[in-house]
Design a protein around this ligand. Structure first.
Ligand SMILES: Cc1cc2nc3c(=O)[nH]c(=O)nc-3n(C[C@H](O)[C@H](O)[C@H](O)COP(=O)(O)OP(=O)(O)OC[C@H]3O[C@@H](n4cnc5c(N)ncnc54)[C@H](O)[C@@H]3O)c2cc1C
Length: 513
């Protein structure tokens, strides 16, 4: 990769100011063809390389505003000694009383890596299988419509992150040290481009290897991972002591980190039953939309030949009104060159989500189009109080399943028919392997969501310049629901207050509130 090659550069000192930043504008071919990119670097920075400096791409972004698409690349030029890596794999072996982590999703795996850095031993308890063995259960969902409640697109090593898309960017302004996370992933085999792409992406085909490499680091350093082990209860009095497993075993440790994710409904039920503090959290819910990728490319890149450019994406947002209050409808988790996949964790429910391989070379583009949901929107489920969002989501997922025949077939409707309140007579090609069945989205989604989506689609059609084409070629899938949490767990339960303070400070750099 580019900056590794720079390591070969001569070691002499330079008289140029260092470090410095340089922005260059490249043709897409030069920026995305690895050989051409290398050639550009060697030629443009010949002198700097001779002087023993490192030339590191810091940010690569596509500017598609004009007729001809350009790519901006910012390079940092620095003495090798000035370049700091944000992450180094831990090497020391840990032992002693463990910290228990519930769940081997991204949160659990990263918590384990962090514990190792502080010399603490993690034991991860995961209800599902290791990332390779999960494949068989995922194939069974797609081919036989069989959903294993402990091993599916959301559960198993790597959690919902393993067979996900691997987009590594966010609109959220509450960011941690993003660079460090990218470095951790790159150190475990993710493509080096994630360090500098404006919209870094790993791809579903590469993620399982990255997750297996993270597991290896955890094991090499003395951590443990227990698969096929579902946590069914907590052991706690004044302090959090440990967990009980479905197989009858118990484990105790210094602390318990709950990283079971938002799909673990049983954990939310358990917490509610124990009367531990939960709070409703506004979330978003809607449908997934799919287009032919060439259509999105032609709208975004103003050409029918995208050449070296990556499959084009979009990001759309629209304010709609609900009961005299503004609500957001927005695109979410856009997967250019991707597939729609069945992400339910129980049979009798249909939830779809999207992913794409690293090359993003499927002929389809999909994204979630979702509307923000407040507590009062959950209607008849308000009686479930802080878990009203869970019941609201579940109801929609059950209706989606029923509307399409009761298995993992997804209800689908052309966008133009949805806007005109018509059932689709025919459906176009789909990327969704379990299959689709024509249905009216109004059977699965509450009227206020359908109204909000309908208004937003019309506005999106105008914004996307493709206008009506955008509407008529688009296919809607029900539904994109369980992708964010509907409740906050308000406990910082455990240890003596002094110890909790100690762990919070060391792990998360904060003190007890
Ligand atoms: C198809 C798809 C594509 C996605 N694409 C992206 C993307 O491109 N970018 C992005 O940022 N996000 C994406 N997401 C969302 C992302 O995967 C999740 O936000 C993320 O995985 C959440 O991490 P987590 O560790 O908090 O929870 P999870 O990933 O849900 O992990 C929780 C883990 O806990 C385990 N667990 C649950 N209950 C128990 C129990 N009782 N006992 C033991 N173990 C338990 C589960 O098996 C699971 O492994 C995608 C999701 C899907 C499904």
């Amino acid at each position: 990769m580019p900056h590794e090659l720079m390591d070969e550069a001569a070691k002499s000192k330079s008289c140029m100011p260092s470090p410095r930043l340089t922005e260059v504008v490249l043709h897409p071919e030069e920026a995305f063809d690895k050989k051409l990119f290398q050639h550009f670097l060697q030629t443009k920075f010949q002198q700097e390389l001779k002087d023993g400096l490192k030339v590191i791409p810091l940010r690569r972004s596509i500017d598609a505003r004009g007729k001809n698409v350009k790519v901006k690349v910012v390079f940092q030029i620095a003495n090798p000694s000035e370049i700091k890596t944000a992450y180094q794999k831990p090497e020391a072996k840990v032992s002693g009383k463990p910290v228990i982590i519930v769940g081997a999703g991204p949160a659990g795996l990263f918590a384990a890596l962090r514990l190792l850095e502080f010399g603490l031993k993690p034991i991860i308890i995961e209800r599902g299988k290791d990332v390779q063995s999960r494949r068989r259960d995922i194939a069974a969902i797609n081919k036989e419509h069989k959903v294993n409640g402990d091993s599916n697109y959301c559960f198993g090593e790597g959690g919902a992150g393993a067979y996900s898309d691997g987009k590594l960017y966010t609109r959220s302004v509450k960011r941690g040290d993003v660079r460090r996370i990218l470095e951790v992933l790159a150190a475990h085999g993710a493509p080096d481009d994630i360090r500098f792409d404006a919209h870094p992406h790993i791809g579903t085909n590469k993620l399982p290897k990255v997750i297996a490499a993270i597991r290896q680091t955890i094991l090499d350093c003395g951590g443990e991972i227990l698969f096929n082990s579902r946590v069914i209860d907590f052991i706690a009095d004044d302090e959090m002591k440990g967990v009980k497993l479905a197989n009858g075993d118990s484990l105790t440790g210094h602390a318990v980190i709950l990283a079971s994710g938002h799909s673990a409904r049983d954990i939310f039920f358990l917490l509610q039953q124990k009367k531990w503090k939960l709070e409703f959290k506004p979330f978003a819910l809607g449908i997934r939309i799919e287009h032919p990728q060439p259509l999105i490319d032609s709208i975004q890149y103003h050409t029918n030949m995208r050449g070296c450019l990556p499959a084009a994406s979009y990001s759309l947002a629209q304010q709609v009104e609900r009961q005299a209050r503004k609500r957001g409808v927005f695109s979410f988790c856009m997967c250019p060159g991707g597939f729609i996949v069945p992400a339910a964790t129980s049979s009798g429910e249909v939830v779809v989500n999207g992913m794409s391989p690293s090359r993003r070379d499927s002929p389809f583009a999909n994204s979630g189009i979702v509307m923000s949901i407040e507590k009062e929107d959950t209607g008849k489920f308000l009686k479930h109080q802080e878990l009203s969002g869970l019941y609201f989501q579940q109801d929609i997922e059950r209706k989606a399943c029923a509307a399409a025949g009761g298995n993992q077939t997804a209800p689908a409707q052309r966008m133009v028919d949805f806007v005109n309140r018509k059932i689709s007579g025919t459906l176009p090609d789909t990327s969704y392997v379990p299959g689709i069945s024509s249905a009216d989205m109004r059977e699965t989604l509450p009227p206020f969501i359908c109204d909000g989506l309908r208004f937003a689609f019309e506005q999106f059609g105008k914004k996307m310049k493709g206008g009506f084409i955008y509407l008529s070629l688009a296919l809607l899938y029900g539904n994109n629901s369980s992708f964010v949490s509907f409740a906050k767990i308000k406990i910082r339960y455990g240890f003596s207050p002094r110890k909790e303070n100690y762990f919070c400070q060391r792990l998360f750099g904060e003190t007890q509130q």
